[in-house]
Design a binder for this molecule. Structure first.
Ligand code: GLN
Length: 304
């Protein structure tokens, strides 16, 4: 498999670099608006313990919403199934930052991956502590999963988002008005903006995602039962209003972020990280998605 996998990745990377339309980088976080769109990287960590990459696989990018998978794993570890009283498990059919559903559904976000849901899971991770302690636990989890301590939060990106985060402030105060935040909204958001601002390379992200593969060879950060459920949520909700399209085209559980990263899981086999900063209209990486679709087809990887 190894020789073929490397060839496939190299070919995909060449084809992506020939692309004429890289999509648009997120500009609502000004710091992310500075990133050059014509970049691409892909890495695969296999269950045999190997790592394959192509493109700019050692360039760090902003993980953004991909970190919601890690905070969800930590929140489930803390609150168990009690978490589901505060967050739903259904696809939203709306944008990641849409606020309309929240009033209809009385402050219980549809799922843990839309912003409102992730703000609630961050509230659970915060658990009455100072943001710095919660962030230390979060970074500790990501670093342990990746077996790499050289993973950090970019404070400039967090500051940039805080200064322009009016929608997320609206979400947090709205949640608080329904009694669905236990910590002060400012502290929850400070923690949220910082975990979103974590920077990784595709190699580091593919390694960090191995705990979701559910293979004996990988770190057991959470139980197999929980791994399956996290994957179910990634498949149904991981790409917001583009989740159905992603499941149709790629057929793998995955989580995207507005930094242009995608973490995809081939259960029992591999963890994949793709990155290209240009986004489609749902805020998911345009070429990252195209690359994952190609890879899944060529390797015959699908959960179906
Ligand atoms: N930090 C970003 C936000 O809250 C994350 C969004 C995303 O990656 N989809 O808007």
């Amino acid at each position: 498999m190894s020789a073929k996998l490397q060839q496939v990745l190299d070919q995909i990377s060449r084809d992506m670099h020939d692309s004429h339309d890289w999509g648009k980088v997120a500009s609502y976080i000004p710091e992310l608006g500075q990133v050059r769109p014509d970049q691409f990287a892909i890495s695969v960590a296999t269950a045999d313990g190997d790592m394959f990459s192509a493109g700019n696989a050692s360039t760090r990018f902003s993980a953004q919403s991909i970190t919601k998978v890690f905070t969800l794993a930590i929140a489930l570890g803390r609150a168990g199934d009690q978490l589901w009283r505060r967050v739903g498990r259904e696809p939203s059919g709306t944008a990641f930052n849409s606020i309309v559903q929240l009033e209809h559904e009385r402050g219980r976000p549809r799922n843990p991956f839309v912003n409102a849901g992730a703000i609630v899971t961050t509230d659970v991770v915060l658990a009455g502590r100072e943001p710095r302690e919660a962030l230390a636990e979060f970074l500790g989890f990501v670093r342990a999963a990746a077996e790499d301590d050289d993973i950090h939060i970019n404070a400039d990106v967090a500051r940039s988002e805080t200064a322009h985060g009016h929608r997320n402030f609206a979400h947090a105060h709205f949640l608080a008005s329904f009694g669905n935040l236990k910590n002060p909204p400012e502290k929850v958001l400070g923690t949220y903006f910082h975990h979103c601002a974590t920077e990784l390379t595709t190699q580091q992200l593919a390694k960090a995602g191995r705990f979701l593969v559910g293979s004996n060879t990988f770190p057991h950060m959470v139980s197999l039962d929980r791994v399956r459920r996290l994957n179910a949520l990634m498949l149904t909700c991981g790409h917001y209003d583009g989740s159905g399209e992603f499941a149709y085209r790629v057929g793998l559980p995955a989580k995207s972020g507005v930094g242009g990263g995608i973490l995809g899981i081939v259960p029992g086999k591999a963890s994949i990280a793709a990155w290209s900063p240009g986004l489609d209209r749902n805020g998911n990486s345009k070429l990252g998605t195209a690359a994952m679709e190609r890879l899944a087809q060529e390797m015959d990887w699908s959960v179906f």
